[in-house]
Design a protein. Structure first.
Length: 304
């Protein structure tokens, strides 16, 4: 084939755009950081960072905001993966924020540490002086996410104002910020959940085992299946039972729901995602069901 006539595939075009964004941030900012949850989007970000900067080390550390209530399979996978990459991992602990009095832990059957992550994240950004933070958010996840630019500016309180986002015509990004401000950068903005899984399959990336169907003790609440764990308090009538489930997203065990599934391979997962019409957050995240504007409210406060 004549190389001058070669056309990029859909995934290749997305990959090229994301790598360009990584390199733009490395060129424009002094202290970036890559936010990492151990989930599928984070894994794609790591692969893209490898393609953008290898054989050199990443020009930024990796940071995980750990609620203390994360899935143990994901934490084990995180440590093994980052160790294999040879990159620096920073763990920002919600438990430490609670112990130091920065946040107050919720109580009761519906208690969750998910909202407490915002303070922990903003404190870590301030402590390390980060001026840009890569995140794995995609515009197809949720309505508030769809309002994001690739460069999402946060004021000196870490707050997001959707009306003050800058235009990004012709993929030109304005990285100018004042002292105390920072930018959240979303290289996967134009990707969909299906794109992510197809890329994982194409690249042969390993993912945490909870993304595949497995037998787990769960309980039903508000039409969602939650993992039965020491971090949850059952209410009257709630009983744990065994089911074949998998997770579409990872996060705090207290607010992340599972879906019934028999998908045990990447090919099975891709087929399952291609057939669904419900977004992952709409189906599996209780924190997004509080109000219609739940995500936007949290983002205004400084959430991911």
């Amino acid at each position: 084939m004549n190389p001058l006539t070669y056309e990029l595939s859909h995934l290749e075009a997305l990959e090229a755009e994301s790598i360009h964004i990584f390199r733009e941030v490395a060129a424009e900012f002094e202290r970036p950081v890559l936010l990492f949850s151990g989930g599928k989007d984070s894994l794609v970000l790591l692969r893209l960072a490898e393609k953008a900067f290898r054989p050199a080390r990443f020009p930024f550390p990796i940071m995980h905001v750990d609620t203390g209530h994360n899935f143990p399979e994901v934490l084990e996978f995180r440590d093994r993966l980052v160790s294999g990459l040879g990159e620096r991992l920073i763990v920002a602990s919600v438990q430490q924020s609670i112990d130091s009095g920065r946040v107050v832990e919720e109580t009761g059957p519906r208690a969750s540490r998910n909202r407490l992550q915002t303070t922990t994240l903003l404190d870590a950004i301030a402590e390390h002086g980060f001026d840009a933070a890569f995140g794995g958010a995609r515009r197809d996840e949720e309505r508030a996410r769809a309002k994001e630019r690739v460069f999402s500016f946060r004021d000196d309180f870490g707050q997001w104002d959707p009306k003050r986002q800058r235009p990004e015509l012709w993929s030109l990004y304005n990285g100018r910020i004042r002292k105390g401000e920072h930018v959240r950068v979303f290289p996967l903005s134009n990707w969909t959940e299906l794109d992510v899984w197809q890329y994982i399959s194409t690249e042969g990336l390993e993912v945490p085992s909870i993304y595949f169907a497995h037998s787990r003790q769960v309980f039903e609440r508000d039409d969602m299946l939650y993992a039965f764990s020491p971090y949850v308090q059952l209410t009257d009538g709630e009983q744990p039972f065994e089911a074949s489930v998998r997770y579409r997203t990872v996060g705090d065990m207290t607010c992340t729901g599972a879906v019934r599934s028999t998908a045990t391979t990447l090919e099975d997962v891709v087929a399952e995602i291609a057939a669904t019409r419900i977004t992952e957050r709409g189906e599996t995240r209780a924190d997004d069901r509080v109000t219609e504007a739940a995500m936007e409210d949290r983002k205004r406060e400084g959430y991911f």
